[in-house]
Design a protein. Structure first.
Lengths: 249, 304
């Protein structure tokens, strides 16, 4: 807890809350406008599944970049201030700092996902959906998003701490965003290996094709996909932690 | 005296090059040990190994009587350090940086203020470190190292970036640490004049090898004097003195030199030359400076 407290203390003046708020505001405003246009064209789209799927698909674009930026901000201060040796000489284990940074990044992004979930409910209410707020669907969407983000953060943190130049980690974030957006075009077995595609794959709502027409359907993905996402995140975290801990200062 | 730090055949190899080679360094309790060497000699690498920041290729490090590999955490908890350039979070203020270290070290609030006061940063503590000059960053680094008032302080080139007044202040501070706080100080520098003014013991490293270790007096003892003579005809004087069992050398500066010349030999030499009709114009005693000893030991004039 002490290490996590320190990480959060060190984030003073980094304006991460403002950055998260701006990202979310842009994403939700875009989602609201897009949903309004969709409802205007086809009133059948005025339902929670459309709103949830729209936000899940937008998360593929926004969250990899937001994760990359947040993780980069958290890690870059150690490179810029050459503070690794300060921390090591104060007998702090690098694996402990690694864990604290990961927890801090996940905490910030979990807040972002919580705000986003509240935002989706607000969009639905503002759009005049007749059904009650589908709490279970929203929780499932938030859980899937959080699980995917946690794995993405593990990957981003590895790159951000191992490579001093943060352009690499930001480029990885943009690449992840691109892969996430195009992943639906990949065959399913290939898509499995790209963590950024899980924003859509772990969404509780998906597109269905009935009688040649596009419709919304419940996405029953079982336990396999969440476990795979968890395994990818754990592998990236352990590999990153071992690699960074072995680097000479 | 207790050895606070001792290294045994300590070596560090990067690729095929030994940056530190078979170094046996010993720092005793209450000393100010000046670790001297030209740039790139292996000082910082040695200090990093002493703090566990770099792994030795071979050799052993014992600090406070404990093996560093086995007791790293407890040793570092009793060691304050400043290695290479000062480290600090640029976006935080000086005081906030101190708070980070305070939390890590678990020291009371009074220590934070005392350390800032000692390095005279109390009026600049609320400024962001990014706005600090190099000298102020160096002071902050020293304050962070001092904060827990540890029994061992390792300072790597602590006067880098300080102005002459600041260098004087830090020098006085370092000199006072063993008496005021019972600290043992290991201080590295590439400036002989710096070490000469504060250290009680000296280690000189060159190309990764410890070429001298001992007290400052022992180092000064290496500066044996010689006699320089200037005569009307140095060539003839050298022949004559040689024929009389002395071994003068003709220097390019117009002087003859006699090594280990005691008073009796100087008098005999003078008498012989005057008796042979060679006028003696000058007789001088010359002593080598510490700097020339250092240069001879390290063979690195260019880096001074």
């Amino acid at each position: 807890m002490n290490a996590l407290w320190l990480e959060l203390y060190k984030l003073r003046r980094k304006r991460l809350a403002l950055m998260i708020a701006l990202f979310l505001a842009v994403e939700l405003a875009w989602a609201y406008m897009s949903l309004s246009m969709s409802i205007a064209r086809n009133p059948d789209n005025a339902g929670w599944p459309a709103a949830l799927l729209l936000v899940a698909s937008m998360n593929r674009l926004f969250l990899p970049i937001l994760s990359a930026v947040i993780v980069s901000r958290i890690c870059d201060m150690e490179h810029k201030g050459q503070t690794w040796k300060l921390l090591m000489a104060a007998s702090v284990r690098r694996s402990r700092i690694y864990a604290a940074k990961y927890a801090a990044a996940c905490l910030l992004l979990a807040s972002a996902v919580a705000l986003q979930t509240a935002g989706i409910a607000a969009i639905g209410l503002a759009s005049g959906f007749r059904e009650a707020v589908p709490l279970m669907l929203l929780i499932r969407l938030a859980a899937g998003t959080l699980l995917t983000t946690a794995a993405v953060v593990a990957l981003q943190q590895w790159v951000s701490l191992a490579v001093k130049n943060q352009a690499f980690s930001l480029a990885l974030g943009m690449l992840g965003s691109f892969v996430g957006l195009t992943a639906m075009l990949f065959p399913a077995p290939v898509r499995l290996w790209f963590i950024w595609s899980y924003y859509m794959d772990l969404s509780p709502v998906t597109y269905g094709y009935a009688s040649g027409a596009l419709s919304y359907a419940h996405n029953e993905f079982g336990f396999q996909l969440p476990l795979l996402a968890l395994a990818m995140g754990a592998a990236a975290y352990i590999a990153g932690c071992v690699h960074v801990s072995r680097q000479e200062i | 005296m207790n050895a606070i730090i001792s290294t045994h055949s300590l070596s560090k190899r990067y690729g095929d090059v030994y940056r530190v080679n078979q170094v046996n360094l010993t720092v005793y309790e209450g000393e100010i040990y000046g670790f001297l060497g030209p740039n790139g000699a292996g000082k910082s690498t040695t200090l990093k190994m002493l703090l566990g920041l770099a792994q030795p290729t071979s050799g052993r490090i014992v600090v406070f009587g404990q093996d560093l590999r086995k007791h790293r955490r407890s040793i570092l908890a009793r060691t304050g350090s400043l290695i290479e350039s000062p480290s600090a979070y640029q976006h935080l203020t000086g005081l906030e940086n101190m708070r980070v270290m305070q939390r890590l070290r678990g020291v009371p609030e009074a220590n934070v203020m005392e350390a800032l006061r000692i390095v005279r940063l109390e009026n600049q503590k609320d400024k962001k470190v990014a706005q600090y000059s190099l000298g102020m960053k160096q002071r902050l680094g020293i304050a962070m190292a001092l904060m827990s008032f540890p029994p061992l302080l390792v300072l790597d080139e602590p006067t880098n970036g300080l102005d002459p007044a600041g260098i004087g202040e830090i020098r006085e501070l370092i000199r006072s640490l063993p008496q005021r706080y019972g600290m043992t100080v290991l201080l590295s520098s590439h400036l002989l004049s710096e070490i000469e003014q504060v250290a009680t013991s000296v280690g000189i490293i060159s190309d990764g090898q410890l070429v001298f270790q001992g007290s400052l007096d022992e180092l000064k003892g290496r500066s044996r004097s010689h006699i320089a003579l200037r005569t009307q005809d140095n060539e003839a004087a050298a022949r004559l003195l040689g024929a009389n069992g002395m071994t003068p050398q003709v220097g390019g500066d117009g002087y003859l030199t006699l090594r280990d010349g005691d008073d009796a030999q100087v008098a005999r030499c003078n008498r012989t030359l005057v008796a042979a009709g060679i006028d003696v114009l000058r007789i001088e005693e010359r002593r080598r400076s510490l700097e020339s000893i250092f240069l001879e030991l390290t063979g690195k004039e260019s880096s001074l």
